[in-house]
Structure formats: structure tokens, C-alpha cells
Design a protein around this ligand. Structure first.
Ligand code: CU
Length: 155
């Protein structure tokens, strides 16, 4: 199944976004090389991530927007050390969560600039979506802050 996705950048200057992506890539490489030494970020008490839209069971157009919801913690770009924050990661058609204790690879899709929505383009049929938060090093919090899985049908 081919999945096309693109990150919505309308609120971020392209150059700044590129710099953040590069910074994120370096963070990932640095993280992988010393995974055993990585600090684990505790999940803020009561933190909850969810998909605002589309709704579970919705039928959507081929190109559609996914809006991320977050309670009990804040959004910060990757690489930014700020208490009780993280950035969104979207799992599309994944049955397993990323492993705990190390930086997430790809999938999921990273929103390391702090984006709170994206536009997906998916093939007709049924697809699942799930969010997971990651800390400044793209590592899931402990315990992981994960949304319910929703299912959408693309026309
Ligand atoms: Cu990330």
C-alpha cells in the first residue's frame, strides 16, 4: 500500500522548517548512537493525545486534514528542552507502537516543528491513524502518550 503524506508548512517559513528538520536528523543520529544512555522523559500526569478530526469511522476525500489534540501537556519542537512538552507523531496503518526507550524512526511521521495538524493523501480504502507523543529526542514518554486508533475510509 502506497502512502503519500506531506507536512503542512503554511505557518512555518520553509528555511526555518528545513533547519529544524536537519537539527532533528542530527538529534536522531546522535540519539541512536548512545541509546543506552538516553534519559527517559516521564509522561506528564493526565497527559492525553487524541485525533480531533476526522472522527473515527469517517469517510474522507483522498486528500484530507488530520487535526491533533493534546491535553495535559504542551507542544514544543524537537530539540527543545521544556518541561511537560513533546511533539506529535502520526502512525498511518501501523499495528505496532514504536519501541519504548529509543528515538522513533519512520514510521511514524514526525512533526518536529511543533505542527498540530497535517494533510494526508491516501489511496481509496480503509486506513488507521494513531498519534504518539515524543520528547525532544523523539523518544516516547514513559508511559507512552498515545491516542486511540481511528479508522477512516477514503472514497
Ligand atoms: Cu519526532
Amino acid at each position: 500500500m502506497t502512502i503519500f503524506s506531506r507536512i503542512s508548512t503554511h505557518r512555518i517559513a520553509a528555511s526555518k522548517f528545513a533547519a529544524l528538520l536537519i537539527a532533528s536528523a542530527f538529534t536522531l543520529v546522535a540519539g541512536v548512537s548512545s541509546a543506552q544512555d538516553l534519559p527517559i522523559t516521564p509522561a506528564p500526569e493526565g497527559a492525553k493525545v487524541f485525533i480531533v478530526s476526522p472522527q473515527d469511522g469517517a469517510t474522507v476525500e483522498k486528500e484530507f486534514t488530520v487535526v491533533f489534540g493534546l491535553e495535559g501537556m504542551g507542544v514544543a519542537p524537537a530539540g527543545i528542552d521544556f518541561k511537560d512538552t513533546g511533539h506529535h507523531h502520526l502512525l498511518v496503518n501501523q499495528t505496532d507502537l514504536p519501541p519504548a526507550g529509543k528515538p522513533m524512526g519512520n514510521p511514524p511521521i514526525h512533526f518536529g516543528a511543533g505542527q498540530t495538524q497535517t494533510t494526508l493523501t491516501l489511496e481509496p480504502g480503509t486506513h488507521t491513524l494513531q498519534l504518539i507523543m515524543g520528547d525532544k529526542l523523539h523518544i516516547p514518554h514513559e508511559p507512552p502518550v498515545v491516542s486511540s486508533v481511528i479508522t477512516v475510509t477514503v472514497k
